[in-house]
Structures are given as C-alpha cells and as structure tokens.
Ligand binder design. Structure first.
Ligand code: ZN
Length: 281
C-alpha cells in the first residue's frame, strides 16, 4: 500500500503509555505513592499479564516511540483515517448528507470509553456511545502472527471499525440492537454476524474508492486484505484456538462469509450492495 508521506488525519487521540488511575494517584506523593507503587508492582503487573494471556504481544511495544523516532503506527493509522474521511465524506455528500468524522483513540493495554473499560486483548473496537474507534497498535503484530500480513491487511482492520461508525450514523446499529432485544440469543447472534459482515463490506467500499481516487494499491494488496479477512474469520480463530468449529458461537462470521462480503464492497464500491440483511426482509 502506498501510504508513506500522505496527509494524516488530525482526529487521532493518542492515549498510549497511560497507566490509567495509577499514574493519577501517584501524583499525591509520599507514603500513598509508595503503597500504590507496591500495589502496582504486585498486582498491576500480574493483572496485565493475565489480560495478555496466550500469544498476545508484550504491552511495551505500543508505547509512544522515544523522542525523535518515527511513529510509524500513528502515521499509518493517520493516513488510513484521512483517506476514509475523504472517501466517506464523498459518499455521504452524494446523498446530500454530511459525514461526521469519528475520533480514533490509540491506546496501550486497556482503555476507558463510553462502553466501559476494555482490555487490548479484545482487539480493535468501535464504541457507538462516544463514536470513537479504539486501537492498540499491538494488535497489528498479533494480526501478522495470525497470518494477516502486510499494510493493507492492517488498513482493512481499521476500515472495518470505520464501517461500524457508518452503521451507527445510518442508524443500522440501533435498529439491530432493537431487533436483538425482541428475539432469542441464537437469533440475536445471527444479527450480530450480519452487522459484522456489513462492516467488512464497508471496508471493501473504503478500499474501492481509496484506489479510484488516490491510487494507493500495490500489487498483492487486495490479496493481503482478503487473506486478513480469512484469518480473522471465526471458524479460523476457533480452529486456531484448538476448538471445534461452533457456528452458534460466531460473532463475526466464517472466513468464507467475511471474504465474500469484503469482495462485494471492493468490487462494487456501493453501499446499497452491502445489504447483509436483505433476506430478512
Ligand atoms: Zn466488527
């Protein structure tokens, strides 16, 4: 993906390197400081190890780089976000609507949002309560470890979260939540999967128009995104976790479904084609 040197969005909030409440309390100094320091050493560290159980990367990697060092993760995310502001801005303008740009929060370890406190182990997410996207850049190394290699694979993950923002602006997320409240757990889960697949399709729309407008694609980029959609499909993740494939536990859809809907967005660039709820009507 040709992203270096491109304009970056200003809608990034960098909260990396914050140690949530511990740092605030430490400013009181004195005995309290040492007690909190001890508590942190004994429990704080243990807790973060628990949160990062399994193959997750070490928390220190997503701290801000030292002064003078290039902050590649931030630059990359800034460029993808800026492109999305152009792409979705145009799409909304074509239907006489104004695109409300979301903020993107970069964090490390855990983060507080309108959706509560979330550990980085959950992966990137969108919180409809504050219209912000949350990403711990460590997830990108995890994605690479899972086999989702390349810049464009990372861009697809960001574009998927942006897709949830679009759904929120369109009122689709609220509609689905209301439908879920009226049905059983199994049906509610199926609705979540459709929402996720639509976000994949919207990620495809991002890529379609980004290429048309700015020619960002290199050879092999589309394959990178499709490969990422494949490795983060629920069936693939379950098999990787050594579990049997259990479709009722799917939250994002199977690899095949994710690749299918990403391709629909990529090839058509059309919001109306991303109707993953069509057969419900
Ligand atoms: Zn999602």
């Amino acid at each position: 993906m040709r992203w270096k040197g491109r304009k970056q969005s200003t809608n990034i909030e960098d909260r990396r390197g914050r140690k949530s409440s511990f740092r605030r309390k430490s400013s009181f100094g004195g005995i309290g400081f040492f007690i909190i320091l001890l508590l942190f050493l004994f429990f704080g560290q243990g807790k973060s190890l628990l949160d990062f159980s399994g193959s997750a990367p070490s928390p220190s990697q997503s701290q801000r780089p030292a002064n003078g060092k290039p902050d590649e993760a931030k630059e990359f995310i800034g460029v993808v976000l800026e492109i999305s502001e152009q792409v979705w801005g145009d799409i909304f303008a074509r239907s006489n609507a104004r695109y409300q740009k979301p903020k993107l929060v970069m964090f490390s370890n855990r983060v507080q949002s309108a959706c509560g406190i979330t550990s980085a182990a959950t992966g990137p997410f969108y919180c409809p309560g504050d219209n912000k996207i949350y990403i711990d850049p460590n997830f990108f190394s995890e994605l690479t470890r899972m086999g989702g290699r390349g810049d464009f694979a990372k861009a697809y993950v960001i574009a998927h979260e942006l897709g949830h923002h679009i759904q929120s602006l369109q009122g689709i997320s609220d509609k689905v939540t209301r439908m879920q409240q009226r049905t059983n757990a199994r049906q509610a889960n199926k609705l979540s999967v459709r929402l996720e697949l639509q976000a994949d399709c919207y990620a495809g729309i991002w890529a379609h128009h980004a290429e048309k407008k700015l020619h960002i694609l290199d050879d092999g980029d589309i394959e990178e995104a499709i490969n990422a959609a494949n490795v983060i499909g629920d069936d693939h993740m379950q098999r990787r976790a050594g579990m049997g494939v259990n479709t009722s536990a799917f939250t994002h859809g199977s690899s095949k479904q994710r690749v299918y809907w990403l391709k629909v967005g990529l090839l058509t660039g059309s919001v109306s084609k991303c109707d993953t709820f069509a057969d419900l009507r």
